[in-house]
Design a protein around this ligand. Structure first.
Ligand code: ADP
Ligand code: MG
Length: 668
């Protein structure tokens, strides 16, 4: 492949640098990439495609059949700009190969005719062929100029499809990855001999094949190498922790029969599940011994991990230690904070919230340093240098995989050998958990709170929209609220089929839902605005909350029993399952409505999995099994897990190998 970018001198030499080191990434894009969990060039290059689309079916125009998707290699015959009402524009381009001609219609992109679609230039087009009267048309096809020197990345090959955040285009993202791959030097930390003796690909090769495989088998080989590295990393983390830990002499020993914990237990509004009780016992046992705790609590969304962690926090207060609960997002931190306050309201415990947008952060930090705060709930703000604890004895990290090792270690360094509890919903089979997480102690909550019915999940085609709207109104009259989730905030000219949040909101809010109380929640609101909307929703002042996926994690409102997801086919299954975790949190029957008119059989099949299975782990497995049914792909999406590449169904040998190797490497 030949360099596509002439500015290679702008690229950093290595991949372990902030993403802003790349030529096209300014502060705005950096922020959006951060949202996708991408902070460094390494994160970018290890961001797994959600799937791959096979666009290798290059054929002649004459051979194309209506309603199917193809790639064609064509040249521009003529191009026109068309201006319609309301500022809408189109580029209409007539393309031709040696058999026939096809018209490409590019909505909202009349400007393309000016510099791109010039007569004589050659392009690959990929899209669905339609017939209007006797003319062949492609609406918004994917396009890419064909030249001798440059490799094609969007068409005529296996093309990676990524889950994107609002405001970034898939096309640019793919190009950034490609250009970065071409220009950045990836050094394999492992020796060639070592790697090849284990039958693995080199790291640079694996990263390249992950995004731009030549053949489908490439992806599997790349995956194996990256899975090996994930396990190796976890094992190394753990071994590092162990060594540091042996050096620490002063170990926190907690009291587990104190007044706070006892009172808290006695006034819990519900009965704990036996899984919760077992895990609480395991944790309290750890806390009461002089041994330092490093325990991972694993359990599906909604199984009640927070409540379990609360027991540990109470024990810490009884022992006159400070403790903290760190979360990856502000919205989740605020939720935990309010939850904690509610449960501990009658007890003499001082709880504070610390996030980067809290106005009184300085004052709160002072109080923490003076030991005036018992429990601090917060985000990354907890790790900052200016946050100092007087005597931090316990750390709880929610969604632990969303933090890097360094971040977790930094927080740990703020205390003297504090006990550590990690919470995660990463769906890992119990039999493998021990091998994967090495010497870490593991507790599994494998039971859901009682009385919780599975969430009734349905696929709703467009023609049933009206019925759904009526149902939501009836629910609202009973006091049961709804989350209405859309894939993007605004209309995108590239994706005419997507239902934008603002449009949907405007339509429903002023018509069908005019008698209901509605509001909006999305990433462009400030933290305070978001918190304000969320708290009104939690208090029952909003019937239908129109939102983007910002509600994805951890938000907990018992009377919110309905979830509607527009364009459900655009989301990953793990993400839909996470979203679905927002409902079914109280005693009422809950519903999840997946709006989708997709005709793609694999997409339909994927959505059907959600209708029949309620268990996150099984969903992930089924999702992976669908690999190879016409659509290729399936990596766990970043943000869900620290194990994006490991395939639990068949990687046991790789896991064991990596584990043994980590111990060997660590020794030498
Ligand atoms: P997750 O494991 O996803 O973090 P949470 O801790 O947020 O789950 O708990 C989900 C919901 O279930 C919360 O509303 C919590 O109060 C409730 N809950 C937890 N344990 C029980 C229980 N034993 N009985 C009833 N409700 C419970
Ligand atoms: Mg949680």
């Amino acid at each position: 492949m030949v360099l596509k970018n002439k500015r290679e001198e702008c690229y950093p030499e290595v991949w372990d640098v902030p993403i802003s080191a790349l030529p096209e990434i300014g502060p705005g894009r950096e922020k959006k990439l951060n949202k996708m969990g991408i902070a460094t060039v390494r994160d970018l290059l290890l961001y797994p495609p959600r799937r791959y689309e096979d666009r290798r079916n290059l054929i002649k125009i004459k051979e194309m059949e209506e309603g199917h998707k193809y790639t064609v290699l064509v040249s521009v015959e003529r191009a026109r700009q068309i201006y319609l009402r309301q500022g809408l524009s189109q580029a209409r381009v007539l393309f031709r190969d040696d058999t026939s001609s096809v018209e490409g219609i590019f909505w909202g992109r009349a400007y393309l005719t000016r510099y791109l679609f010039q007569p004589g230039k050659k392009f690959f087009l990929y899209g669905t062929i339609e017939k209007v009267q006797s003319r062949l048309i492609m609406n918004n096809p994917e396009y890419e100029e064909y030249t001798q020197e440059e490799a094609n990345i969007h068409t005529a090959r296996l093309v990676p499809i990524y889950t994107m955040t609002e405001g970034l285009s898939l096309r640019s993202f793919r190009r950034w990855i490609y250009e970065t791959l071409m220009n950045v030097v990836i050094v394999d930390p492992l020796e060639e001999k070592f790697i090849s003796s284990r039958g693995l690909m080199s790291l640079p090769e694996a990263v390249k094949r992950l995004h731009f495989p030549e053949a489908i088998d490439d992806v599997e080989q790349a995956r194996q190498r990256l899975a090996y590295d994930e396990i190796l990393q976890i094992q190394k983390d753990w071994l590092t922790w162990k060594v540091n830990n042996i050096k620490d002499k002063s170990v926190c020993q907690h009291k587990t029969d104190g007044m706070i914990l006892t009172t808290f237990r006695n006034q819990l509004p519900f009965v704990l599940t036996s899984a919760q009780n077992r895990v609480i016992d395991e944790i309290l046992e750890d806390l009461s011994t002089p041994k330092q705790m490093l325990r991972l609590v694993q359990g599906d969304v909604g199984c009640g991990k927070t409540l379990v962690a609360l027991h540990a926090l109470c024990a810490s207060v009884d022992s006159h230690y400070q403790s903290c609960l760190m979360t990856p997002t502000e919205i989740l931190a605020e939720q935990h904070f309010l939850n904690l306050k509610k449960h501990l309201s009658s007890l003499p415990v001082r709880i504070e919230l610390l996030t980067s947008s809290i106005r009184s952060a300085r004052e709160i930090r002072k109080q923490i340093a003076h030991g005036e705060v018992d429990i601090v709930v917060g985000t990354h703000a907890l790790i900052q240098e200016s946050t100092l604890f007087k005597n931090l004895g316990l750390i709880v990290i929610d969604e632990q995989h969303r933090f890097g090792v360094m971040q977790r270690e930094k927080l740990r360094m703020k205390g003297h050998a504090p006990d550590v509890l990690y919470l995660t919903a990463t769906p890992i089979p119990r039999t493998l958990a021990l091998t994967v997480y090495g010497g870490m102690d593991i507790s599994v909550i494998d039971e859901m709170p009682p009385g919780r019915q599975p969430i009734k999940t349905y696929i709703i085609p467009e023609k049933k929209r009206e019925g759904l709207i009526q149902f939501i109104i009836k629910q609202a009259q009973k006091g049961l609220a709804t989350y209405w989730v859309c894939p993007s905030i605004e209309k995108s000219s590239h994706r005419e089929d997507l239902k934008p949040l603002l449009t949907i909101y405007e339509k429903l809010h002023s018509n069908a839902f005019s008698t209901l109380r509605t509001d909006l929640l999305h990433g462009r609101l400030s933290f305070n605005e978001k918190a304000e909307v969320m708290s009104r929703f939690a208090q029952g002042e909003i019937d239908v909350l129109f939102s983007t996926t910002v509600i994805e994690v951890g938000v907990d409102v018992a009377h919110a029993t309905n979830l509607v997801v527009e364009n459900a086919e655009c989301f990953g299954l793990a993400q839909l399952h996470q979203l679905r975790g927002r409902v079914g949190r109280g005693p009422y029957t809950s519903y999840c409505f997946l709006m989708s008119s997709t005709t793609n059989p694999v997409s339909k099949e994927r959505l059907r999995i959600l209708c029949t299975i309620n268990n996150g782990f099984e969903i992930a497995e089924k999702d992976l099994q669908l690999r190879g049914h016409g659509e290729i792909g399936g990596f766990r999406q970043s943000g869900d897990t620290d194990l994006r590449f490991v395939d639990f169904t068949r990687d046991l040998p790789i896991i064991q190998q990596a584990r043994n190797d980590a111990i060997q490497i660590f020794k030498s």
